[in-house]
Write a protein that binds this ligand. Structure first.
Ligand SMILES: NC(=O)C1=CN([C@@H]2O[C@H](COP(=O)(O)OP(=O)(O)OC[C@H]3O[C@@H](n4cnc5c(N)ncnc54)[C@H](O)[C@@H]3O)[C@@H](O)[C@H]2O)[C@H](O)CC1
Ligand code: K
Length: 489
């Protein structure tokens, strides 16, 4: 079984692996394997054409020399454009020595007549912003393939350091990097391939990858059995307000479609606004205090459809009663005035705007910002976006790429809270419930987009949730040893 099939390796972790591997296999051999994988990926996708492999000074450049040698062997017209010669004694020196073809100086004239540029300038060793001359060189040929990372994209954060040019294809090795899935990096990679380079098993020892790819198998959904009854499936309570009942109802509908045994809206004085809604929903009009006594009502969603003032009337009571609270929307707005108001919630689901209001500006790594915030609040952080990050105070981080831009519609977040709340009520551990909820929401969005010409509205998103759940259950049965993240791309 390859270890950590769903790991995303930071450049630092990847370097540690190479270092550990070098006790068993020379890095030059791994480089040879990496070059083979890239050359094969190119041969599979592009017609034979004139190729320039632009090689940097480090191992990324070393991979490039191997690619040049192989493509030339297969009859392609290839030249290397070198940013500097690899130092003697380094693995890249070995690779460069194997290249007997033309090496042209690092200037734009060297790229004349080129159809395809292989970007082997910087990979995981990128340390500082890419200078203008490098960026201009890479931009000179519109069709590009990146080795490991498009030069300029941080493998750790997906940020652009200085400048970066988007590629049609990026071939990485062993496991992808977080930067392959975090924007803007994700958008710059084009098609992503993760190749097996026969990394020896020993290279994994002493390594505990920090970040995972969010996919079934990272978590498992509770299975429903014959002995199921509604209280075992779980009760989800949603706080309802008078101003925006639609958002509350969307959360409640999503909870029911995800498989909650029972969904109740604690509407207090606003009960009339909900009574004509879905008949399967139970509307409570009693004061909150009496509802909190029911021990079966453990999980509460607080925020969708509530004004900060309405939140202030209910959240302190939920926390005082030690309920498991998922806080979103209005609850985050109320918490932004004083973060301590949210202390005691189990999970929060801010988009980046709400996140900044709660925790201040985000500079640098968003995974780190999410983790620090999770620790500060002692709650699971779901930092929502095209690339949602889920961080737990104990250090677990997942990045979700299973989503669609069709989810960028009002009410989509309310649906997400209903999904997550249901999985929490079914007994899943909080971080796993959040990861699974984000994935199911993404899958439902993909299905809803398919069913509605690419433009679903929030009311369409809950419909495919049951099917999404079945898809996740099926996928989690896959043998990940044969199907690590590399094979999922
Ligand atoms: N296990 C694997 O995945 C393997 C990957 N391989 C390839 O090795 C590179 C990483 O190689 P490394 O030498 O560590 O780093 P780079 O080649 O990316 O660059 C280092 C080099 O560049 C200098 N530098 C960094 N940033 C800048 C900058 N902005 N401007 C100028 N110079 C810069 C830095 O000082 C170094 O001199 C990985 O990406 C894979 O492609 C292995 O081949 C096999 C195992
Ligand atoms: K590169």
């Amino acid at each position: 079984m390859p270890p950590y099939p769903l790991a995303l390796l930071t450049p630092e972790e990847s370097d540690m692996m190479d270092h550990a591997a070098s006790a068993v296999v020379p890095v030059a051999q791994l480089m040879e394997n990496a070059g083979w994988a890239v050359a094969r990926a190119i041969r599979k996708r592009f017609q034979k054409c004139r190729v320039a492999v632009v090689c940097g000074p480090g191992n990324n450049g070393g991979d490039g020399y191997v690619v040049a040698r192989l493509l030339a062997r297969w009859g392609w017209s290839v030249r290397v454009v070198a940013m500097g010669a690899p130092k003697e004694g380094r693995p890249a020196f070995v690779a460069a020595s194997g290249w007997g073809g033309p090496v042209l100086p690092f200037e734009k004239a060297s790229l004349e007549g080129i159809d395809l540029l292989v970007d082997a300038v910087f990979g995981s060793g990128l340390k500082r912003p890419v200078s203008d001359d490098v960026a201009e060189m890479l931009a000179a040929v519109p069709r590009r393939v990146a080795i490991d990372m498009p030069s300029g994209v941080s493998g750790e954060t997906g940020e652009v350091l200085g400048q970066a040019q988007g590629c049609a294809l990026t071939v990485t090795f062993v496991r992808p990097r977080p930067g392959h899935f975090l924007e803007p990096g994700r958008g710059l990679c084009g098609e992503l391939v993760c190749a097996d380079i026969a990394m020896p098993e020993q290279a994994w020892s002493g390594l505990t990858p920090k970040i995972s790819f969010n996919w079934p198998g990272l978590w498992e959904l509770p299975v429903s059995g014959e002995g199921d009854y509604k209280y075992r499936r779980g009760v989800v309570s949603v706080c309802g307000g008078a101003v925006m009942p639609g958002a509350t109802r969307l959360a409640a509908r999503a909870a029911r479609r995800t498989g909650a045994g029972l969904v109740r809206i604690a509407a207090r004085k606003a009960a009339e606004a909900y009574r004509l809604g879905d008949p399967g929903l139970i509307i409570d009009d009693q004061p909150l205090g009496s509802l909190l006594e029911d021990l079966r009502r453990k999980v509460w969603i607080c925020g969708p459809g509530l004004t900060p003032e309405e939140v202030s009337e209910v959240l302190p009571a939920l926390l005082a009663a030690k309920k498991t609270v998922l806080a979103d929307a209005g609850a985050l707005a109320w918490g932004a005035e004083d973060l301590s108001r949210l202390k005691g919630v189990a999970a929060v689901t801010p988009h980046i705007g709400e996140f900044k209001k709660l925790f201040g500006p985000v500079t640098g790594s968003r995974t780190e910002a999410a983790l620090n915030a999770a620790r500060e609040l002692n709650a699971v952080m779901v930092m929502k976006g095209a690339d949602t990050i889920i961080a737990a105070p104990d250090g677990r981080i997942a990045i979700n790429a299973h989503a669609t831009s069709a989810l960028a519609t009002a009410g989509s977040g309310d649906t997400l809270t209903g999904v997550i709340g249901t999985l929490m009520a079914a007994g899943m551990e909080t971080w796993e419930a959040c990861c699974a909820g984000v994935w199911l929401h993404g899958e439902a969005g993909i299905q809803a987009a398919r069913d509605h010409g690419g433009w679903p509205v929030a009311e369409d998103l809950d419909l495919p949730l049951g099917e999404a759940r079945s898809v996740a259950t099926e996928l989690s049965k896959a043998d990940l040893s044969k199907n690590p993240v590399a094979a999922l791309l």
